[in-house]
Design a protein around this ligand. Structure first.
Ligand code: NAD
Ligand code: LMR
Length: 311
């Protein structure tokens, strides 16, 4: 299969939003898996000028990675109907492990944006690989959960009948089924959405990926929406690196917010990656219940990744 790697420096209009001066430093972003359903549109969104470089195969991996500030990984197989994200573990764990070994070698200080599923396990795998290589910095490893936020915002805006552009909904936990916990009690703007509707919105957000997998009927999972979400998250990482203040995104990181070693929550991004992992804030009873319900599955996915990497 084509294993294309794309690298680009950050001069695109997508990435320049929010910057007013010409003194913004060039940044190098590497996309591993750039030929895929996500990789192609994501490369397009990340590209800043006609000078985007494509690399191909393991021989050119070093060149693609050298000097990268951000590495985005959408490499690996997607789900088919009837599969869980965890069913991808056997193939994707090895792919991610190999790519992380290369990151440790060629760009150990890059921020890593992990898209490949199961994110709840691939992030711990990456952490273990980096620990073994002596390059681990918990501030620089992120599981990309932005698509869950994009979905939660979209569904909430539809129900609340407000423009989606002005909506925010934190999504915490992990990135699979019940581990995806949208906090609609903290949604802004505050709208009159009933408890029953919140339950339905929560389920739709948790099942959003599966809905797409079923609609695509064997032709993969979400691609364009993931490329959009991946570009948003990478943009936030670049803004943080460039010193833009108060860049906050939900993402799956090493965490002390709960008793789980990795957890998605709001994170302030800064010049070194994670600046601060923010707490959960007040939860409704329904969300508290959801939090307790997600812990066993999330912990077991994390441990599965750790065990795989240490085999
Ligand atoms: P795809 O099959 O269309 O593309 C994957 C690409 O990865 C292919 O081009 C393949 O050649 C490449 N690849 C495989 N091994 C590689 C390696 N070692 N090095 C470099 N490239 C390699 O799949 P897709 O639809 O783009 O999905 C990719 C992954 O993203 C899947 O695991 C999917 O589950 C996941 N995903 C995650 C989210 C999320 O929210 N985090 C959302 C959507 C999809
Ligand atoms: C998603 O949420 O769309 C991705 O994790 C892909 C999937 O398998 O659902």
């Amino acid at each position: 299969s084509a294993r294309t790697l794309a690298t680009t420096a950050s001069r695109s209009s997508v990435l320049r939003r929010g910057y007013s001066s010409e003194s913004v430093p060039d940044r190098k972003v590497a996309i591993l898996g750039a030929a895929g359903g996500i990789g192609q549109p994501l490369s397009l969104l990340m590209k800043l000028n006609p000078l985007v470089t494509g690399y191909f195969g393991d021989d050119q991996l070093g060149k693609a990675l050298e000097g990268a500030d951000v590495v985005i990984i959408p490499a690996g197989v997607p789900r088919k109907p009837g599969m869980t994200r965890d069913d991808l573990f056997n193939i994707n764990a090895g792919i991610v492990k190999g790519l992380c070994l290369a990151i440790a070698k060629y760009c150990p200080h890059a921020l890593v944006n992990m898209i490949s599923n199961p994110v709840n396990s691939t992030v711990p795998i990456a952490a273990e690989v980096f620990k073994k290589a002596g390059t681990y910095d918990e501030k620089r490893l992120f599981g990309v959960t932005t698509l869950d936020v994009v979905r939660a915002k979209t569904f909430y805006a539809g129900k609340a009948k407000v423009p989606v552009a002005g909506v925010n909904v934190p999504v915490v936990g992990g990135h699979a089924g019940v581990t995806i916990l949208p906090l609609f009690s903290q949604a802004t703007p505050n709208a009159n959405v009933s408890e029953e509707e919140i339950v339905a919105l929560t389920k739709r957000t948790q099942d959003g990926g599966t809905e797409v997998v079923e609609a695509k009927a064997g032709k993969g999972s979400a691609t364009l929406s993931m490329a959009y979400a991946g570009a948003l998250f990478a943009d936030a990482c670049l803004k943080g690196l460039n010193g833009v203040p108060d860049v906050v995104e939900c993402t799956f990181v090493q965490s002390n917010v709960t008793d789980l070693p990795f957890f998605a929550s709001k994170v302030r991004l800064g010049k070194n990656g994670v600046d601060e992992v923010l707490g959960l804030g007040p939860l409704s009873d329904f969300e508290k219940e959801g939090l307790e319900k997600l812990k066993p599955e999330l912990l077991s996915s994390i441990e599965k990744g750790v065990n795989f990497a240490n085999k």
